[in-house]
Design a protein around this ligand. Structure first.
Ligand code: GLN
Length: 446
C-alpha cells in the first residue's frame, strides 16, 4: 500500500510505469503474508517488484513500449515472471521502456519519455529506463530489465542504481519479446549487489522452452558476497578511458577503482584492441536480427491492425507504418538492407567476424585478470531531447556496454557517485557464468 501510494504520488511526473496492477498486487501480497505467517516464505516472499513491459504477463497488457503491441495481452507469462512469482515476489506493474528496447534514453516509447528522478530534465537512460527510474525513485526495491547492448547497465548507471546483465543463456528468454535474439538477456535492477544476488538466484536457470538457455548449476549468489577481494586482479583497459569519456566520469570511476585497490585488489592494464569495432558491428547485427524478429508484426497475428485494409499488402504496410515508431523503422531498414542479397557478405558476415575478434579480446584479457572494470557510460544522464535528433550520438551512449553483449559475457553497473548532481556508474565485466564474482566486487565496493 505504501508503494502503491508512492506510485500514485510520484509517477505522474516520472512516467516510469505503463501499467499499475494494484489489485493483483494486493492479492499477491495477502497470499505472501499467509505464507510468511505459516513459516513458508523465502527471501523474496512479498517483495514488491516491477517488470519491464517486454516480459509477457498473462492477464496484463504487454506493450513493449510500442503502439504495435498496445492492445496485446499475452496468453502466458515469461519464465522470468513465472520464476519470480513462484519465489513470492509481488508485481506492482509494468515499466516503461524504449520501443522494442531500441534506444538509450527511454525517449522512443510510444507511452512517452521517462524522467530521471535525480533531475527531471534528464533522461533515465534506456532502454530499461522505466525499471531504473522506478527503483531510483523508490517505487519498488527491485525491477527486471533486458540488456541487448547495454539496456540494463546504462540506465542503472544514469539513474544511480545497480543493474546486472547476466551471461548470455543464464536467464531464459522465453516470453521476453525478441529484439536481437543472439544478444538479448534479462537481468535485475536493485539498490544493492546483495539484492541483485537474491533476484538473479530466482531468475536464473535452464529452461527447456529457450533453446539457448544453458544447463549450468545456479549457485547461491548471496554466498560469497562478503568474501575478501584481496589479491583480485582487476583489468583496466585504456580503450575504456579514451576520447569521448567525460572528465568528471573519468575521475569518479578512477576514485571507485582506488576504493577497490584499498580493499586489496590489484589494478592491471589490459588491452581490448578491437573495442572501437564493437559499435559498428553491433549496429549491423542487432538491426539485422531485429528486422527478422519484427517481421511477425504483420497486422494479422499480434497487436495493431490498420482500419479497413484494402488488400493483404495494404494491411501489412499500413499496420506496420502506423504501429512502429521512427527508431524501430530505422532499425528494420538498416537490418533488411544489411541482410539483402549482395550486401550480406559486406555487412552481416563482416560484423559476425568482428564479433569473434571482440570476444577473443575479452577472452585474452580475462586470462590475465579476474574482472575488467571501467565506466558504464561515457557521460552522466543527458537532457531530454538533447540527443533525439542524432541517432549516432544516441548510439554512443552504449560505447562501453555493447561489446559485452557481442561476447555474451556478464556485466554489472554499480553507482559510483555523482557528477553535477547526476549519477555515474562503475561497470564490472567478468568471465562466462562469473556473476557471483561481479556481485562480490560490487558488494565490497558498496
Ligand atoms: N541502446 C542500444 C540499442 O538501442 C541497446 C538497447 C538494448 O540493450 N536493448 O540498440
Amino acid at each position: 500500500d505504501a508503494l502503491l501510494g508512492r506510485i500514485e504520488q510520484l509517477d505522474p511526473q516520472l512516467n516510469s510505469l505503463i501499467t499499475v496492477t494494484a489489485e493483483q498486487a494486493r492479492a499477491a501480497a495477502d497470499a505472501a503474508d499467509e505464507r510468511l505467517s505459516a513459516g513458508q516464505g523465502g527471501p523474496l516472499t512479498g517483495v514488491p517488484l516491477i517488470h519491464k513491459d517486454i516480459f509477457c504477463t498473462e492477464g496484463v497488457a504487454t506493450t513493449c513500449g510500442s503502439r504495435m503491441l498496445a492492445p496485446f495481452q499475452a496468453p502466458y507469462s515469461a519464465t522470468v515472471v513465472e520464476r519470480l512469482g513462484a519465489a513470492g515476489a509481488v508485481m506492482l506493474g509494468k515499466a516503461n521502456m524504449d520501443e522494442f528496447a531500441m534506444g538509450s534514453s527511454n525517449e522512443t516509447s510510444y507511452f512517452g519519455p521517462v524522467r530521471n528522478p535525480w533531475d527531471l530534465e534528464a533522461v533515465p537512460g534506456g532502454s530499461s529506463g522505466g525499471s531504473a527510474a522506478a527503483v531510483a525513485a523508490r517505487l519498488a526495491p527491485a525491477a527486471t530489465g533486458t540488456d541487448t547492448g547495454g539496456s540494463i547497465r546504462q540506465p542503472a548507471a544514469l539513474s544511480g542504481v545497480c543493474g546486472l546483465k547476466p551471461t548470455y543463456g543464464r536467464v531464459s528468454r522465453y516470453g521476453m519479446v525478441a529484439f536481437a535474439s543472439s544478444l538479448d538477456q534479462a537481468g535485475p535492477f536493485a539498490r544493492t549487489a546483495e539484492d541483485l544476488a537474491l533476484l538473479l538466484g530466482a531468475m536464473a536457470g535452464f529452461d527447456e522452452r529457450d533453446s539457448t538457455s544453458v544447463e549450468h548449476v545456479v549457485p547461491d549468489y548471496t554466498d560469497g558476497l562478503s568474501r575478501s577481494i584481496k589479491g583480485l586482479r582487476i583489468g583496466v583497459p585504456p580503450e575504456f578511458f579514451g576520447e569521448g569519456l567525460d572528465a568528471d566520469v573519468r575521475s569518479r570511476v578512477n576514485a571507485a577503482l582506488e576504493v577497490l585497490e584499498g580493499e586489496g585488489a590489484e589494478l592491471v592494464e589490459v588491452a581490448l584492441p578491437n573495442m572501437e569495432l564493437a559499435l559498428p558491428a553491433y549496429y549491423v547485427i542487432a538491426p539485422a536480427e531485429a528486422s527478422s524478429n519484427l517481421a511477425r508484426y504483420d497486422g494479422v497475428r499480434f497487436g495493431h491492425r490498420c482500419a479497413e485494409p484494402q488488400s493483404l499488402e495494404d494491411l501489412y504496410k499500413r499496420s506496420r507504418a502506423e504501429g512502429f515508431g521512427d527508431e524501430v523503422k530505422r532499425r528494420i531498414l538498416v537490418g533488411t538492407y544489411a541482410l539483402s542479397a549482395g550486401y550480406y557478405d559486406a555487412y552481416y558476415r563482416k560484423a559476425q567476424q568482428i564479433r569473434r575478434l571482440v570476444a577473443d579480446d575479452f577472452r585474452r584479457a580475462l586470462e590475465e585478470v579476474d574482472v575488467i572494470a571501467g565506466p558504464t557510460a561515457p557521460t552522466p544522464a543527458f537532457n531530454l531531447g538533447e540527443r533525439s535528433d542524432d541517432p549516432v550520438q544516441m548510439y554512443l551512449s552504449d560505447i562501453y556496454t555493447l561489446a559485452v553483449n557481442l561476447a555474451g559475457l556478464p556485466g554489472l553497473s554499480v553507482p559510483a557517485g555523482l557528477s553535477r548532481g547526476r549519477p555515474v556508474g562503475l561497470q564490472l565485466i567478468g568471465g562466462y557464468f562469473e556473476e557471483a564474482r561481479l556481485l562480490n566486487v560490487a558488494h565490497k565496493y558498496q
